[in-house]
Design a protein around this ligand. Sequence first.
Ligand SMILES: [Fe+2]
Length: 266
Amino acid sequence: MLIAQVSDLHVCAPGQLANGVVDTNAMAREGLRAVAALQPRPDALLLTGDLVEAGGADSYAHLLELLAPIDLPLYPLAGNHDERASLAEAFAGRIGPHSARLPGFWQYAAALGPLRLLALDTVVPMEGHGALCARRLDWLDQRLAEDATPTVIAMHHPPFATCIGHMDEMGLLEGAEALEAIVRRHGQVQAILCGHLHRSIQVRFGGTVAMVCPSTAHQIALNLLGSSADGYVMETPGFQLHLWHGGRLVSHTAPIGDFGGTKPFA
Ligand SMILES: [Fe+2]
């Protein structure tokens, strides 16, 4: 089982730029082209939120156009830039097989071969930060209690402090401790796959590993001064590949771009 993960595509309506500057549409197109060309071919594509820059049906329609060359089951999540209703409408006929949808949220389970995916909804409408309320956490606890299959949890907002000040201020401000306690009780959780931070980060969490996937577009500046200074940088974008092999999830971060191909060792 090979899961490709892209995150924070921030797709706009055709012809528009994110922040008025970043051509996230062109960058999403290039990132998705790289995913479509992967060998071996992934079994599923996970999209960990901020799929579009500003909600809206026109942005989601464009995203689906960009996703058209991807002939894989799609597992989209909502981020703080998404609109649950528009996302649900856009992906109604395009999301991969799934079950156990939590009414009122974009939260579901999916069987991915030997793995189980539990997709969480951390969105607080009209806010940048995230939250997991009792209903969403209870749902997760029940899903983990009912099935001991090796499980991957996916969520937009990382449930840990990253030490990038302004992003932590809009991190998962509710439910992180309760989530960690739940994960610690259920040993089948192989990883927690996140977005939101627009750069690769890994941390131990609740006895498992939690990690953040880079954005296909702009990256958040690596500012560990603890200040709330805000900023993004045009570092190389990327995506992640999670391979279930030998009873472990092996995760790779891949940069997006043309680096001149593979050269043989002399
Ligand atoms: Fe984002």
